[in-house]
Design a protein around this ligand. Structure first.
Ligand code: PBG
Length: 332
């Protein structure tokens, strides 16, 4: 008897676009995407960010225009970051009643109510030293140290202020221990018990945040963030971080960055039953844009492949600077 010709011929399903469409396992849609946006004071501002071509510093009025365009394209929502006029050691701009993100949230709530409003909760854009919490100049070992428990009330106050201004979701990105619980308690005390927390649960101390620190003016003046963000070499620790955040009351989890950490996205998705986001960060954006500008990558295909890969790894939604652009490709 001759050896039977292999019965399974995977290419049979690849030669025809209609069949490829039929058997495709993963989809990505504008409704899976959240656009990060940067808000500053003023009117009519639309200043391009040098390290992130195609991304802008917006004032509340131009933020509303951008929000409308995103909403019209079917993008799920936005996450706001603020560039305050003044920074100080107490990060007062983070929780000021008329803080810049608070203004942006109110404007969007009024003018584009159909767009989901997320607010990043962190202090680094508002502290004069650029760290995500309260800084002691000479901490353990002589290096500057970010104090954990001292930072929690400020983060909680910030989350309450943002929720009061109209954030539908608050997303702590500071990586202090215990911040989810502190924020949950503070929201509940203020009658904001229906505001969910999206925790940046597994946030790595990543070089891929470089362009963001330019965009948000939040680079630490001394030291770095390795004392509170995760070591890129650790995977099991991401599961432990998520476990803690779930216990503390996180409603959704996030892994950040995305593409270099797809193994973590998959592990977190398999381990926890909660909705999962992945943050396709500024450096991932910048390197794609730069390579495409040089003609080394096909921009549209690279963007869509990156996003579908993040979804395939297990992310339910993606925070990406490509949100508006990708929606344009997907809506064609
Ligand atoms: C604030 C924060 C950062 C990012 C999101 N929230 C910067 C950082 O941790 O240094 C990075 C986002 C990006 O790179 O796109 N802590």
């Amino acid at each position: 008897m001759t050896v039977p010709y292999p019965v399974h011929r995977p290419r049979r399903l690849r030669g025809d676009a209609r069949l490829r469409n039929l058997v495709r396992e993963t989809t990505v849609a504008p409704g899976d995407l959240i656009a990060p946006l940067f808000v500053r004071e003023g009117a009519g501002v639309r200043d391009e960010i040098a390290s992130m071509p195609g991304q802008y510093h917006l004032s509340p009025d131009t933020l509303v225009e951008e929000g409308k365009a995103l909403h019209d394209a079917g993008v799920a929502g936005v996450i706001l970051f603020g560039l305050p006029e003044k920074k100080d050691s107490k990060a007062s701009g983070a929780y000021a009643e008329n803080g810049i993100v608070q203004q942006g949230l109110r404007a969007l709530a009024k003018k584009v109510p159909g767009l989901l409003r997320m607010a990043d909760v962190c202090l680094c854009e508002y502290t004069d030293h650029g760290h995500c919490g309260v800084l002691r100049k000479e901490g353990r070992g002589g290096d500057a140290e970010v104090l954990n428990d001292e930072s929690l009330p400020m983060l909680a106050r910030t989350a309450v202020s943002l929720a009061e201004a109209g954030a539908d979701v608050v997303a702590p990105s500071d990586m202090m221990d215990g911040r989810v619980e502190a924020i949950r308690d503070a929201l509940d005390d203020e009658g904001l018990d229906q505001v969910p927390i999206l925790s940046y649960a597994a946030k790595y101390a990543s070089a891929f945040y470089g362009p963001f620190r330019d965009a948000a003016g939040s680079a630490p003046q001394v030291g770095d963030r390795r004392g509170y963000q995760m070591d890129p070499a650790n995977g099991d620790e991401a599961i432990a971080e998520c476990d803690l955040d779930v216990e503390e009351g996180a409603d959704m989890l996030m892994v950040k960055p995305a593409l270099p950490y797809l193994d973590i996205v998959r592990r977190v998705k398999d381990e926890f039953g909660l909705p999962l986001g992945a943050y396709h960060v500024s450096g991932e954006y910048a390197m794609t844009v730069a390579a495409a500008e040089r003609g080394w990558l096909d921009r549209e295909r690279t963007v869509l492949e990156s996003l579908v890969s993040i979804r395939r790894a297990g992310a339910d939604f993606i925070l990406t600077y490509f949100a508006r652009e990708a929606a344009g490709y997907l809506n064609k």
